[in-house]
Design a binder for this molecule. Structure first.
Ligand code: AZC
Length: 821
């Protein structure tokens, strides 16, 4: 094991500091009944250690002039920070003791914390895992994003329907963030471009902006696990560049005096709750520009503190990763700065950008490939549009024309500007043209990026497109969320598996050891007991921990096919009604998912699941063999409770649609068995655990293509499969919605007249078959235990440390803080 970092505080010292903070920072003497005050004091105590390390980290990188990775992401799904920070600093036991001596359980203190939910789903959570790994591996990294006043909405169910309420994560402040007024930036918007002719015949462009917004940075420290590093996540908040109009206020126009301020502050007000789809709003476009411009200015400021006006080292010092196309405008902003403000020629500026930017693609769904109208671009960022045209001209005339001379079709296809009734800017094209590397997030996805999404770009730039398979941090997703299993693994694995996840393979040799199996499954059972209590509290449904806990947790989307599982639940219910002795091990289906507020069918799927759940959970005829719960407000904190208790992990997207998935990795790491299609990272999980330890079903990418080539017709399945027909017809009756027939018909219609766009009916029969195999496997306790152990043991590949190492080796080329000095 690597030399452990010395514990920074004893329990007695920790307690003393907590009490000091209670007394002197918060003026709280009567805190026995106030866990919130204790939480705050504990966080402030931890921060003392954190900020000292942050200063040392900054110092080190300044002295060593370390190259930095700058991760630009519109989303970060951090979850709660305290437990993770305590584990990473090796202060967990210390804090637990200290808090206990104050009369509190540490878990109750955690429960007082808010999730930092500044993201939607996989992409945002991936960014959070990457920050954890970068700090753990001692790399010089800054995450840049937006300091949303409201993160992802909170979800409640009212009579089965999703209700959204605003997330108030920092209504009363957030102990983890610190404002940095010394790094404020001013960001211009709108206006026009003036062309000035110089005496030497050259021209100069001057952008006269129409408005300026102030960007105020808030830094959230990112603590590495058992490492020297504390990095920062810098989140930009928008404010009016000048304070409200004092004269106007004094003259009595109170509302008008505030209006500029309101407008400016709207930019960082809310996270767009869309997952995968393009929001298509000017505000979203301005959000993107605002945070990119702030970040580029900040990156340059940090560089110039060391190198002043010597730009020769810039591309050696800085690499910028674009997390999806959302931060693409950063490219144009850097071009603009270099040309208009730093006197670069166009070619030098472009060459520099091509050394600095790399882009990660997270989805093949066409609706998620961002496009912005040229008109809007011109209105908001006139100078950037000009620069974009010059890049496009160079790209088409020099590069496309060289490979495909006089091929107008090809020019049209590859152009950054899409011609049509409304001209659009294709952000992904700009990314691919300018970035030096473009990666997909799992092997199958990266292959499809090359073959189906960008085949011509792959021809044009043969080594640009590559793969980096996603990963998850084992600190949060095993050590912190599943303490009992972590202890069991500690007892069998010599090295620190949380930092070297492949060392978990050592437990594979205990997969058949009866005693180990018992311990492993007893821990799973305890976790299920705890989750059953949580389910009772949040849904009122009683579930038995002896049942199979079958989990599907992710954003609600048709391509993820929650409705495939739903349809199968209907089929099981029908079988049980027809034959109360139908042979199946009792199963609890546990869903967690938010639907984008404007996504009609996703919301109908939630409603349908809730209505069917109501009926099934209260039906005495089936002897509790089947239960269905939809846990409200799925978020990182809830995932941390569900994942350790899962027996089965549903990863059932249509092949070719889920870029990677990361929940699949977290669940398998905690000993859940996957039932899944050959999609995303499921393919690699199957490779690691072996075919005997996973239930793969359904059509492959090629099968789906073949089905479609023959003309896919969902009625073929409806008419030929009696069970499918009966279940879909059932949804048209009032069986689940007494007195209101047809209330659940939207789901059925989408699968029939709607054309079943995600080919659910084509996979239904094989899914049902795989479920029977799964049920049989569960009935054999030793077999199931073996499978679960192997899953945990074989997840080494899926640590985000491995992903980060892949990025470092193949894309970023960084060196870690040396472990010697
Ligand atoms: C997600 C992908 O859907 C998921 O498969 C992948 O694991 C994850 O990114 C991380 O790479 N994509 C998104 O969340 N995309 C958007 C636009 O939100």
């Amino acid at each position: 094991m690597a030399t452990a970092i010395k514990k920074p505080l004893t329990a007695a010292q920790f307690k003393k500091k907590v009490v000091q903070h209670l007394n002197f920072t918060s003026s709280q003497t009567d805190y026995q009944q106030d866990p919130t005050a204790v939480l705050r004091a504990v966080c402030l105590t931890v921060n003392e250690v954190v900020y000292e390390k942050l200063t040392e980290t900054n110092q080190y990188h300044k002295e060593h002039k370390s190259r930095s990775i700058n991760y630009l992401s519109l989303e970060y799904l951090m979850g709660r920070m305290l437990s993770n920070n305590l584990h990473n600093l090796d202060l967990f036991d210390v804090a637990q003791k200290a808090v206990a001596s104050l009369g509190f359980e540490i878990e109750d203190i955690f429960e007082e914390g808010h999730d930092l939910a500044l993201g939607n789903g996989g992409l945002g959570r991936l960014a959070a895992c990457f920050l954890d790994s970068l700090a753990t591996m001692d790399f010089n990294a800054v995450g840049y994003g937006i300091h949303y006043e409201h993160g992802l909405f909170k979800q409640q169910f009212h009579q089965g329907r999703q209700i959204e309420t605003p997330d108030e994560w920092r209504e009363y402040g957030n102990p983890w963030e610190v404002c940095r007024p010394e790094a404020v930036q001013n960001i211009p918007l709108f206006g026009h471009v003036e062309t000035i002719a110089n005496t030497d015949g050259s021209v100069q462009k001057v952008w006269h902006s129409g408005q300026t917004i102030k960007g105020v940075p808030w830094d959230v420290p990112i603590v590495g696990y058992n490492s020297k590093t504390v990095n920062v996540l810098r989140l930009w908040e928008s404010r009016a560049s000048s304070h409200f109009d004092w004269d106007q206020f004094n003259s009595g126009a109170y509302q008008d005096a505030h209006s500029a301020q309101n407008h400016a502050e709207t930019i960082s007000k809310v996270l767009y709750p869309n997952d995968e789809t393009d929001a298509g709003k000017e505000l979203r476009f301005i959000q993107q520009y605002f945070f990119c411009a702030c970040s580029i200015k900040d990156i340059i400021k940090r560089y110039q503190e060391q190198y002043a006006d010597d730009w020769s080292q810039f591309s050696k010092q800085v690499v910028i990763q674009l997390n999806d196309t959302h931060p693409t405008i950063a490219i144009l902003e850097l071009m603009r700065t270099l040309i208009d403000e730093q006197g670069f020629t166009w070619s030098d500026a472009f060459a520099m950008c091509r050394e600095i930017f790399a882009y990660t693609n997270h989805t093949l769904l066409p609706e998620a490939l961002e496009k912005w109208s040229v008109d809007m671009f011109e209105r908001v960022l006139p100078r950037h549009l000009e620069i974009l045209y010059t890049i496009n001209e160079f790209f088409l005339d020099q590069e496309v024309a060289a490979l495909w001379p006089n091929d107008h079709q090809m020019r049209r296809r590859l152009s950054i500007i899409e011609e049509g009734p409304q001209k659009m800017v294709r952000m992904a094209h700009l990314c691919v043209v300018t970035s030096f590397k473009v990666n997909g997030v799992a092997q199958i996805h990266s292959d499809l990026v090359k073959s189906d999404l960008f085949p011509e770009f792959n021809q044009l730039y043969p080594s640009k497109l590559t793969n980096v398979t996603n990963g998850v941090t084992p600190r949060r997703w095993l050590k912190a969320c599943n303490p009992e299993l972590s202890k069991l693994l500690d007892s069998k694995v010599k090295s620190d598996w949380a930092k070297d996840l492949s060392s978990l393979s050592a437990v594979a040799k205990f997969a058949d050891d009866e005693k180990f199996q018992q311990k492993f499954m007893a821990i799973k059972h305890n976790n299920k007991v705890k989750l059953a209590e949580e389910i009772l509290t949040s849904t009122g449904v009683v579930v038995s921990p002896d049942a199979i806990f079958d989990v599907q947790i992710k954003r609600l989307h048709e391509y993820k096919r929650q409705h495939l599982s739903f349809l199968h639940i209907l089929a099981l219910y029908r079988r049980l009604l027809a034959d109360p002795d139908y042979d199946m091990h009792p199963r609890v289906y546990i869903f967690g998912a938010k639907a984008a507020p404007g996504y009609y069918l996703a919301k109908e799927i939630i409603y349908a699941i809730n209505k069917v759940a109501d009926k099934i959970n209260n039906d005495d005829r089936i002897n509790g063999k089947l239960k269905v719960v939809f846990m409200p407000n799925y978020r990182v904190t809830l995932a941390e409770k569900i994942i350790p208790a899962a027996d089965v992990s549903e990863q059932i997207s249509t092949a070719g649609k889920e870029a990677s998935g990361t929940g699949n990795m977290k669940l398998a790491l905690n000993g859940a068995i996957t039932i899944g299609t050959l999609d995303g990272a499921n393919v690699e999980i199957a490779e690691e655990v072996g075919d005997d330890n996973i239930f793969i079903f359904g059509n492959t990418v090629d099968d789906i293509k073949a089905l479609e080539a023959n003309g896919y017709n969902p009625y073929d399945y409806y008419n030929n499969d009696e069970e499918i027909k009966a279940c879909l017809d059932w949804l048209l009756t009032d069986y689940f919605t007494p007195g209101n027939p047809g209330e659940l018909s939207a789901v059925a219609h989408s699968l029939l007249d709607g054309g079943d766009p995600y080919r659910l009916l084509a996979d239904f029969a094989d899914y049902a078959k795989a479920n029977i195999a799964l049920d049989n496997a569960y009935k054999d306790k030793a077999r199931w235990a073996r499978m679960a152990i192997i899953n945990t043991a074989k997840m080494g590949k899926f640590t985000s440390d491995r992903s980060i190492q892949d990025y470092v080796d193949n894309i970023w080329k960084l060196t870690p803080m040396s472990s010697q000095d």
